[in-house]
Design a protein. Structure first.
Length: 384
């Protein structure tokens, strides 16, 4: 049965439009037409007056949610629980993210992601392996004892996902350009992060096919006058993408505004780096044998080292409007269209257009999530 969604306005590729309806059949967008189109009259109509329909949010860095951490139990059930927790905040596509761990855990996480996609767990687009090919000098909250300089076996494991996208965050000084080219040739998306790489080392990785940068500014060599570092390479490059954690803790708003001025439009996208408290009931959680504390929205260990975030994607969108000064339209694209492009999914995700997945977020006037649809099914409905 064909459904017609009738919001007050819709974000299309041309911008916000009024007086239109989105036609959905099964899990796909059929068309966007005028409200008085004959196809609307023949469909099941869902009146969404007073609200705004935007593309579903895509989060490429989701460590946990709903009080569970992917590392603790890399299973289909964990992935489903994380996805359900984040759907409340408009996330319709995500990469469950594994923090640096043993190769056996990485292989289990890849197998679970593969099974989740096969079972059509809502929203799963692939996996993000944040490590273990990282640099001890920029370890952040990662356990450096898990770090590896990759050999053939480790690279084969990292490229083992059969379905969906694989994103690997690595330190370019720990992985050769030849190894990066090998992974890219096998369909793996490479991003730099947790790295002390020089500008030249970063540039070599970009030339080898590296596609982006994980949480720009955080845990990477900074831009200085005589050594541009990884940050300088990221800001200078016109092709690569950068993820931003706009939570008020990971970087100063002015630093993000500099990035917005430096990079071409569409090359910055929002991520959460979310931990178990997002969509959960507990503020504290375990990372390995250490307790992490979430206080006033900031997740950190006992020494104050940031440990991911308590950020959700809807808050990231609002923060981008309020703290960075971007328009709501642009903030939504940073949460949907641009990450879809980064993942190579622009033809099917991140847009409200015929032929795309029927993934939507319904926002009120304050950009609070009222409903979320994944593959044409409403998976969240806000009840006041």
């Amino acid at each position: 049965m064909r459904t017609a969604l009738l919001p007050s306005r819709i974000l299309l590729e041309s911008g916000f439009v009024n007086g239109c309806a989105v036609l959905v059949e099964n899990d796909c967008i059929v068309d966007v037409v005028a409200r008085d189109d004959a196809q609307v009259a023949a469909a099941v109509r869902i009146n969404l007056d007073g609200q705004t329909l935007v593309p579903g949010f895509i989060d490429t860095q989701v460590n946990g949610g709903g009080d569970v951490l992917f590392n603790d139990a890399p299973t289909v059930q964990t992935i489903a629980r994380i996805g359900a927790a984040h759907a409340r905040f408009g996330t319709t596509g995500f990469l469950p993210t594994l923090i640096s761990d043993d190769l056996s855990v990485m292989r289990a996480a890849i197998a679970a992601t593969d099974a989740a996609i096969e079972k059509r767990v809502p929203g799963v687009l692939g996996i993000h392996l944040e490590g273990p090919f990282l640099a001890p000098e920029r370890k952040g909250i990662h356990d450096a004892s898990k770090f590896l300089v990759p050999d053939t076996g480790a690279l084969d494991s990292a490229a083992g996902l059969r379905r969906g996208r694989t994103l690997v965050t690595l330190a370019p000084e720990r992985v050769t350009p030849a190894a990066i080219r090998n992974l890219v040739a096998r369909g793996v998306i490479i991003a730099a992060g947790h790295s002390a790489a020089t500008y030249e080392q970063t540039r070599a990785a970009l030339d080898a096919g590296m596609r982006g940068f994980t949480h720009l500014y955080n845990a990477m060599s900074p831009l200085t006058g005589r050594e541009p570092g990884m940050v300088g390479a990221a800001l200078e490059d016109r092709v690569s993408w950068c993820g931003l954690i706009v939570d008020g803790f990971h970087a100063h708003a002015a630093s993000f505004r500099v990035a917005l001025a430096a990079k071409p439009r569409g090359k910055l996208f929002l991520v959460t780096d979310a931990m178990p408290p997002v969509g959960g009931e507990r503020e504290d959680f375990q990372l390995g044998d250490r307790t992490m504390y979430c206080r006033d929205g900031r997740c950190a260990d006992e020494n104050g080292t940031l440990a991911g975030s308590a950020l959700d994607m809807a808050s990231a969108v609002r923060n981008s409007v309020e703290k960075l000064g971007v328009s709501l339209e642009e903030a939504v694209r940073m949460a949907s269209t641009y990450p879809a492009e980064f993942l190579g999914l622009a033809s099917t995700h991140g847009r409200i257009a015929a032929g795309c997945a029927a993934d939507f977020v319904l926002l009120d006037e304050q950009a609070q999530v009222q409903s979320t649809w994944i593959a044409g099914r409403r998976v969240f409905f806000f009840e006041a």
